[in-house]
Design a protein around this ligand. Structure first.
Ligand SMILES: Nc1ncnc2c1ncn2[C@@H]1O[C@H](COP(=O)(O)OP(=O)(O)OP(=O)(O)O)[C@@H](O)[C@H]1O
Length: 238
């Protein structure tokens, strides 16, 4: 197995000695999608911020392709290929779709045309300011902007935030396609558990500061009781 992203014994949190999450171990290969699940306040965003270098881990280490990523350095994380789509999407609301994409562009292979192949809606809205897009279009733009940075690991926090389920059903398969096409590994925080498990390879449920469940997405989708117990912090690792 060729690990792309590794989290080894990661404690995540904001105050030394008081971790929000303890002993997180993740191994993700190129092109794999991991659904990161759990109740409100379980620490999903905290883990995403930690992987993206915006919070230094309180313990443990994060590596990319076997190389440790400098802890707590967003710049080092982006340079290594870890790209976060934050839950607030962080778009430049006064700038157009084209301008948002152009600003994110690196000298990589991804062009705006590639982004428009994933999200044809954005092509039709290319001159519209981000602030005037619908919620779903804003999420498409946020993901598109991340893709312009040629991520090795794409971190998508709360894809469905504020979106109707029908939009989420449309966006999640695009995330799967991105992983399949580009070989990027994806960590996806998602409240629509069953929809997330449909497109994921593996899943983790965080609860009460621990990894309550970690297993194959299809197997977990077939056993809703196990997921429910994990949300309550009652399950053991599968
Ligand atoms: N900047 C911060 N400083 C201190 N504690 C924080 C900070 N941000 C979040 N927390 C705490 O960390 C814990 C986990 O929060 P986090 O936002 O990571 O959970 P989450 O699983 O993403 O929740 P949700 O599903 O509601 O977004 C919570 O107890 C929260 O109060």
């Amino acid at each position: 197995m060729n690990a792309l992203l590794t989290c080894s014994g990661v404690d995540a949190g904001y105050v030394p000695g008081c971790p929000v999450l303890r002993d997180v171990n993740i191994t993700l290969e190129a092109g794999q999608v991991l659904a990161l699940l759990g109740p409100n306040g379980a620490g999903k965003t905290t883990l995403m911020l930690t992987i993206a270098g915006l919070q230094a881990p309180l313990a443990g280490s994060i590596g990319l392709g076997g190389v440790p990523v400098r802890p707590g350095s967003p710049r080092a994380a982006v340079k290594a290929g870890l790209v976060l789509v934050p839950d607030d999407r962080s778009l430049f609301k006064e700038l157009t779709v084209a301008e948002n994409l152009r600003l994110a562009s690196r000298r990589g292979s991804t062009t705006t045309e590639t982004i428009f192949e994933y999200f044809p809606e954005l092509k039709r809205r290319v001159k519209v300011t981000a602030g005037n897009l619908s919620g779903g279009e804003q999420q498409m733009l946020a993901i598109g902007r991340a893709l312009m940075q040629d991520p090795k690991v794409l971190l998508v926090d709360e894809l469905s935030m504020g979106l109707a389920p029908v939009i989420v059903e449309k966006l999640l398969p695009v995330i799967r396609k991105v992983a399949d096409d580009t070989g990027a590994a994806v960590v996806l925080v998602e409240q629509h558990v069953m929809l997330a498990l449909e497109i994921a390879d593996t899943a983790i449920v965080l609860a009460h500061g621990d990894v309550a469940l970690h297993g194959d997405a299809k197997a977990l989708a077939a056993d809703e009781t196990q997921i429910e117990r994990a949300y309550l912090g009652q399950a053991t690792h599968s």
